[in-house]
Design a protein around this ligand. Structure first.
Ligand code: NAP
Length: 246
């Protein structure tokens, strides 16, 4: 029997990350799901994935903490022996206008979104390099490409992720490791549920497809980028935004 592949999804307990883990599980991958909050329903999620017929390891770690990340990756390796695909999905927003943005809120978003992506990628690629194969998919955002008023911290973190992805793609291509980013527009999750209805309506009006996307529509592209079907694609940023940015 062919050995099952393994995916590690950071921030996989909700929203886009959970849907990503689900698509991989449906395609026969064992899944390691990272989360950070004490409120996360660890047992419920484990059961949901075991019902899909794959192994599921829930790993608690703050991706912005180097020690946590090292332990998380060691735990995944000791359970599964390898990581074929890494999805750096964990992310937060702390939106406000530049003039009102505290240094703390600026730093927090950069630390979790950008530094977290660096810390996890660094640990995981150690093992990918030994195997001379792997695929990394980082969650950027369209606002990392075009900017957004009220999101200077978040946009900077996502623009940083794009530069980081391209550099890693160049560094690791010779080891047969690919790195790509996806840049979603507005996707229905807890992150966008906080928006008022009138804000959502005005956003939808600006989207050529006239609606927000759903987590599944992002997860399917991430699955493609992790699979052999995208074997000649590296260093790219794929917008998933209903045509918002073109
Ligand atoms: P979400 O529903 O708010 O879920 C965020 C996930 O990140 C949760 O699983 C959360 O874990 C985890 N997380 C937060 N801080 C963490 C930390 N320090 N360490 C480890 N995990 C942490 O978010 P989402 O909307 O699915 O977004 C997922 C990714 O897509 C993010 O990178 C986001 O920036 C990006 N994105 C989203 C949209 C959108 O419209 N939704 C658009 C563009 C890009 P707990 O459950 O344990 O709290």
């Amino acid at each position: 029997m062919e050995e099952r592949k393994v995916v590690l999804v950071t921030g996989g307990s909700r929203g886009i990350g959970k849907e990503v883990a689900k698509v991989y599980a449906e395609n026969g991958y064992d899944v390691a799901i990272n989360y950070v909050s004490d409120k996360t329903d660890v047992e419920g999620i484990e059961k949901e994935f075991k019902d899909l017929g794959v192994k599921c390891l829930m790993v608690k770690a703050d991706v912005s903490n180097g020690e946590d990340v090292e332990k998380m990756v060691e735990e995944v390796i000791s359970e599964f022996g390898k990581i074929d695909v890494l999805v750096n999905n964990a992310g937060i927003t702390k939106d406000t206008l530049l003039m009102r943005m505290s240094e703390e809120d600026f730093d927090k978003v950069i630390e979790i979104n950008l530094k977290g992506t660096y810390l996890v990628t660094k640990q995981v690629t150690k093992y990918m390099m030994k195997k001379r194969q792997g695929s990394i998919i980082n969650l950027a955002s369209v606002v990392g490409v075009v900017g957004n008023a009220g999101q200077c911290n978040y946009s900077a973190s996502k623009a940083g992720i794009i530069g980081f992805t391209k550099s890693v793609a160049k560094e690791l291509a010779s080891r047969n490791i690919r790195a790509n980013a996806v840049a979603p527009g507005f996707i229905e999750t807890d992150m966008t549920n906080v928006l008022k209805d009138e804000v959502k309506e005005s956003i939808n009006a600006q989207i050529p497809l006239k609606r927000m996307g759903n987590a599944r529509e992002v997860a399917e592209v991430i699955y493609f980028l992790g699979s052999e079907k995208s074997s000649y694609i590296t260093g790219q940023v794929i917008n998933i935004d209903g045509g918002m940015v073109m």
